[in-house]
Design a protein around this ligand. Structure first.
Ligand code: TMP
Length: 234
């Protein structure tokens, strides 16, 4: 497979065309942003961690029947993926109160939720990814009801699989964000699953092992990514 010109550069990844019209190459950067790009920085080695972690997680999810865009890892930062049309919804699942949920609802961070929750944000940087519900998504034509049902089913299945996967490495999955794409009419998991997109706390100490260390200036950002890499045996 031949890497051709750059198609797009996002906040954390570059995307390249290939000689196969169904395949793109993503190249994970060490750049980090938060608060819709307001805060900028570098997390040394992050691209390597996020590339490998996403690929291992996506292969594990495939085995559990969740289709993903994963094709082949090409190097420590580059992966071939299926070229999808991204559904402009950020899908967030929460197991424990944290972040915007805690702030909005006045629930202390770390409070276990009685059931996992699912929410959508409209993926639109200009608007700051506003919170929407499935009626808004339908009304705006962002996805069909059938697609929303599939996305919902897959998102909870991803949560079940990830909770177990991280628990084996003594990490609790607090919440995470995933994105889906359309590939020849089918909904498949796309984007990434990494410490950028998950909240992971040490099971015993509740130490944060994710991008919140960068968002909140907690220090030890690189070490946290390396710790996740090591614990998962990546
Ligand atoms: P939140 O509590 O800030 O809404 O974040 C929920 C989860 O989604 C958390 O694991 C971090 C992740 N997330 C992203 O991956 N990208 C984003 O732009 C935001 C706001 C959150």
């Amino acid at each position: 497979m031949k890497k051709l010109e750059q198609l797009y550069e996002g906040k954390a990844k570059k995307v390249f065309l290939t000689d196969d019209p169904d395949v793109l190459i993503v190249d994970y950067k060490d750049d980090a942003t938060a608060f819709n790009g307001l805060k900028k920085g570098t997390i040394s080695g992050k691209g390597v961690v996020n590339n490998r972690m996403t690929n291992i997680v996506f292969q594990m999810l495939e085995k559990k029947g969740i289709p993903t865009h994963y094709v082949e890892e090409l190097s420590d930062r580059e992966t071939a993926v299926k070229k999808v049309e991204i559904v402009p919804l950020e899908v967030i699942i929460r197991n424990v109160a944290a972040g915007s949920f805690s702030k909005k609802l006045g629930v202390e961070e770390g409070t276990k939720l009685l059931t996992p929750t699912l929410e959508f944000s409209y993926k639109n940087d200009e608007l700051g990814d506003p919170f929407i519900n499935s009626y808004y998504a339908l009304a705006l034509g962002l996805a069909t009801q059938e697609e929303i049902d599939t996305i919902t089913k897959y998102a909870f299945a991803v949560n079940d699989a990830l909770k177990d996967y991280f628990a084996q490495a003594n990490m609790e999955l607090i919440d995470f964000k995933i994105e889906f794409g359309r590939f020849h009419g089918q909904i498949i998991l796309a984007d990434e699953v990494s410490p950028d997109t998950c909240r992971l706390w040490d099971m015993d100490t509740h130490e944060k092992l994710d991008k919140d260390r960068f968002r909140r200036d907690l220090g030890g950002v690189e070490d946290a990514y390396q710790e996740v890499f090591k614990r998962l045996g990546l």
